[in-house]
Design a protein. Structure first.
Ligand code: TYM
Length: 331
């Protein structure tokens, strides 16, 4: 059985993009993989996080992932900082990674913008910690949204260079599992920007804890154009907001974009947004309700993470110890 590793930053409430790009896939991959899922709190602090909020968001995300269907009886869910193997392997990878490789990372460029000098060194080496997350488990498959593709290519470059430099066949090649549809869900306020849990405007995203009224309001206010829905996908070109809403509908209703357009062609966005609200509420409301129930027992949530960390540690420790031996650390 192949091993899966994937992570999410506890830097806010997971949004619809996290769900369609990653979490929904995580849930279904559990059927035939050994899965390790991680709340990457060390990645989260690469930009400022309020400590109390980070702690509470880590528990909330645990509840959300359980509510969405992560099965911690069979699979592992834990927070990154609880397993020191990640930091140790990340340091080795910082010494393997070339500056030129990091300079090419588009996510760093997007996040740092023009004010590069004022960002943390952690944000810059973010991708080598990510490679360490995956390779500390020798995981071979990584379900992520499209924005992580470049980081996974870098993971393979790092693994290859490590193997080459030390003359070993130690780290495996990693395969990105990117969903065929909705791998990049866009902001509700600007169809050219990615939907993000850290966007200052909560109106830009559907959060997995939103209730039906909030979802309806956010979709009513979502930016659109004045045109009607076209008959063919080609009619959505150059209409990023319209394309995004149709894509969300299709992904959540398990339909193709063609099928959605066949049903709704000629409609304006008033009626289409009402239909979309039903589809989104159907998918999200059960998760939100179950999250509220689970949040009543924080001790249970903390125990889930603690037990997950122990099981994660048992896998990662021997692998990272071996990597340390390979580079020549005296044991
Ligand atoms: P994060 O928290 O930013 O995102 C978690 C997952 O959600 C996906 N995602 C999206 N998918 C589609 N549309 C969107 N608008 C959207 N926004 C986010 C991301 O692609 C991701 O799969 N760097 C990772 C966390 C991480 C990780 C890892 C992932 C750390 N170590 C090791 C895999 C393996 C991230 O972006 O988290």
């Amino acid at each position: 059985m192949q091993r899966i590793f994937s992570g999410i930053q506890p830097s806010g409430i997971p949004q619809l993009g996290n769900y369609l790009g990653a979490i929904r896939n995580w849930v279904s991959l559990q059927a035939d993989h050994e899965c390790v899922f991680c709340l990457v709190d060390m990645h989260a602090i690469t930009v400022w996080q309020d400590p109390e909020k980070l702690r509470s968001q880590t528990l909330t995300q645990t509840a959300i992932l359980l509510a969405a269907g992560i099965d911690t009886d069979k699979h592992i869910l834990f927070n990154q900082s609880a397993v020191s193997a990640h930091a140790r392997l990340a340091w080795i990878f910082n010494c393997v990674t070339r500056l030129g490789w990091l300079n090419r990372m588009t996510q760093f460029k997007d996040k740092a913008g023009k004010d590069r000098e004022n960002h943390s060194a952690g944000l810059y080496v973010y991708p080598s910690l990510m490679a360490a997350d995956i390779l500390a488990y020798k995981a071979t498959r990584v379900p992520v949204g499209e924005d992580q593709k470049q980081h996974l290519e870098l993971t393979n470059d790092i693994a290859q260079k490590f193997n080459h430099d030390y003359g070993v066949e130690f780290f495996p090649e990693v395969e990105a599992l990117i969903p065929p549809a909705a791998a990049r869900v866009m902001s509700l306020r600007d169809g050219t920007k990615k939907m993000s849990k850290s966007d200052p405007s909560a109106q830009s995203r559907i959060e997995l804890t939103d209730d039906a009224d909030t979802i309806a309001l956010k979709l009513r206010r979502a930016k659109t154009d004045a045109d009607v829905l076209p008959a063919e996908p080609a009619g959505l070109a150059d209409r990023p907001e319209a394309k995004n809403l149709v894509t969300i509908y299709a992904a959540l209703a398990d339909l193709s974009v063609e099928e959605v357009l066949a049903r709704h062609q000629g409609e304006g966005f008033g009626p289409f947004k009402k239909a979309l609200t039903d589809v989104v509420v159907n998918a999200i409301a059960p998760i939100a309700q179950e999250t509220t129930r689970l949040m009543q027992d924080e001790t249970h949530l903390a125990n889930v993470l603690r037990s997950g960390a122990q099981r994660a540690q048992a896998i990662a420790e021997p692998i990272v110890s071996e990597a340390e031996k390979i580079v020549g650390f005296l044991k």
